[in-house]
Structures are given as C-alpha cells and as structure tokens.
Design a protein around this ligand. Structure first.
Ligand code: HEM
Length: 129
C-alpha cells in the first residue's frame, strides 16, 4: 500500500515554488503588506513561507530543521495584522493559487488549499480593525 501526500498530489516542490513566488510578487506591489516586511529583500521571507508550506502539506521538513517549531502566532506578533492586512494577504494568495493550472491543481485540492489559507489568515489576525 502506498499513500501519496497532498504535497506530491499537487506537483511537489515546483507547485509550492510557483505559488510562493507569485505570492511575493503580489506582496511586493501591495501598499498594505509591503511596509510590514522588515527586510528590503523579500527573498528570505519567500523561502521561509515556501519551506513552511512544503512541510505543512507533507513535503520535506526543512522548515523545522532550520527554524524549529513554527509557532506562527508568536512569529507574527511583531506585525500588526488587522482585517485589512489579513484580507490583503489572502488576496495575494488567491492570485498565486489561481495561477496554478487545473491540470496540476484540481478542484478538490484547490479548495483544500484555499480553505486552509483562509483559516490560517484568520487565526493569525492579532489586531482589531
Ligand atoms: C512571516 C505577515 C499570514 C506564514 C511573516 C512576516 C510577515 C508576515 C511580515 C515576516 C517576514 C519574514 O519571514 O521575514 C503576514 C500577514 C499575514 C500573514 C500580514 C496576514 C494574515 C500568514 C499565514 C501563514 C504565514 C496565513 C501560513 C499559512 C508565515 C511564515 C513566516 C511568516 C511561515 C516565517 C516565520 C519564520 O520566521 O520562520 N508573515 N503573514 N503567514 N509568515 Fe506570515
């Protein structure tokens, strides 16, 4: 018996690389989100989100090897995440996921991914509107 992880089922590393790459392309152009990122170079942040998502969906565990336990609420504490920031994040992510073709990401996997992002973005909101 073999089991295929969600990570493998949606195209593995290449799919996560593409999603996170487009996501940060959108962040770079977003006037609400861009000022939140402390570093001028978004490359390291892009890599951390990519590693985290790969690990979350059953791929390589490089994120925790390098960063330890994710503790995402704690790691977002320095940033004011109100409804505007949360919705801007989700908008960038919807665009990114939307660029993956249906032949790679079918409806069921697409919904699972978007539902997760929606839930996670709400759970990381740490400031009122
Ligand atoms: C880090 C903003 C939601 C995962 C960060 C950083 C910012 C940020 C400014 C620091 C960049 C860096 O790594 O240097 C936001 C905002 C969100 C949001 C405004 C809106 C709700 C999310 C969600 C996830 C996520 C939903 C996961 C699904 C991460 C990860 C890191 C990170 C993995 C790197 C943590 C580390 O230091 O290892 N985020 N984020 N974020 N964010 Fe978010």
């Amino acid at each position: 018996q073999t089991t295929t992880s969600f990570y493998d089922a949606v195209g593995g590393a290449e799919t996560f690389r593409r999603i996170v790459s487009v996501f940060y392309r959108e962040v770079a152009a977003d006037e609400i989100l861009r000022p939140l990122y402390p570093e001028e170079d978004l490359g390291p942040a892009e890599r951390r989100l990519r590693m985290f998502l790969e690990q979350y969906w059953g791929g390589p565990r490089t994120y925790s090897d390098e960063r330890g336990h994710p503790r995402l609420r704690m790691r977002h504490h320095p940033f004011v995440v109100g409804p505007l920031e949360r919705d801007a994040w989700m908008r960038c992510m919807r665009i990114a996921v939307g660029e993956i073709e249906p032949s790679i990401l079918d409806d069921e996997h697409r919904k699972a991914l978007l539902d997760y992002f929606h839930m996670a973005a709400h759970s990381l909101q740490n400031a009122p509107g």
